[in-house]
Ligand binder design. Structure first.
Ligand SMILES: *Cc1c(COP(=O)(O)O)cnc(C)c1O
Length: 222
């Protein structure tokens, strides 16, 4: 019951146009089912193995988002069903996603992940790298994937000014890419930013998609 209440309370505080990805990583099937029964249809996982196991056991109309670091050799396991891959940060990975998309006769939606945090441990592209990828001949031939926007994680800090500035940087990247590469592509519209600790700032800065775990499912013990 607690998850249902958490979810409904949470949804009442966010604007209708912001999509909620309920981050169910490490959580058991029953918890995810409870969120589903309360109406939630978008779930996020960050480990391929866990995602594949959970898909089997839960309703088929869940949109599964992969939010973790995607390893090239694991794309094949989620390619048949994944709705959106958030963390795409190399041409090599795009190549594999396209290949697996073709194999499954699908077009797989992806977000380009940008490095916006000060911490060096987080994955992601800078603008120069993204531009190189998008200009490459190889990329032009990828017909079994679509880039539908950008994703980023802010520094884990109490400093609101810093978080705000990092999210604002991601929005600038989005706008620049939109006008340079995706002007005619309606599907390029998502800015995935904001987690339990910083989603309010993310929404104020223009997030279209927030990824929320703790605030819905409670603390994770790992
Ligand atoms: C775990 C995770 C989240 C959710 O984190 P919470 O702080 O629990 O809301 C969001 N995005 C990514 C990429 C994650 O790995």
């Amino acid at each position: 019951m607690e998850i249902r209440q958490n979810l409904l309370n949470f949804l009442s505080t966010i604007p209708d146009n912001v999509k909620l990805v309920a981050v169910s990583k490490t959580k058991p099937i029953e918890d995810i089912q409870e969120a589903y029964d309360a109406g939630q249809r978008i779930m996020g996982e960050n480990k391929v193995q866990d995602l594949v196991a959970k898909v089997e056991l839960l309703p088929k109309d869940i949109d599964w988002h992969f939010i973790g670091h995607m390893q090239t050799n694991k794309v094949k396991f989620i390619a048949p069903f994944v709705k959106l891959i958030h963390g795409v940060d190399s041409l090599k990975l795009l190549k594999e996603i396209n290949k697996q998309g073709a194999k499954n006769q699908r077009t797989i939606d992806c977000l380009l992940q940008f490095h916006i945090a000060q911490e060096s441990s987080k994955f992601g592209l800078n603008m120069e790298e993204a531009t190189t990828i998008l200009n490459s001949d190889e990329f032009q031939g990828y017909n079994n994937l679509r880039i539908v926007g950008v994703m980023g994680m802010a520094t884990y800090t109490d400093n609101e000014i810093q978080i705000r500035s990092e999210f604002s940087t991601l929005v600038n990247y989005f706008n620049t890419l939109k006008s340079s590469f995706f002007d005619t592509k309606e599907e390029f519209k998502e800015i995935s930013m904001g987690m339990s600790g910083d989603y309010q700032i993310a929404i104020e800065e223009g997030s279209t998609m927030i990824r929320i775990g703790t605030k819905i499912f409670g603390n994770r013990n790992y």
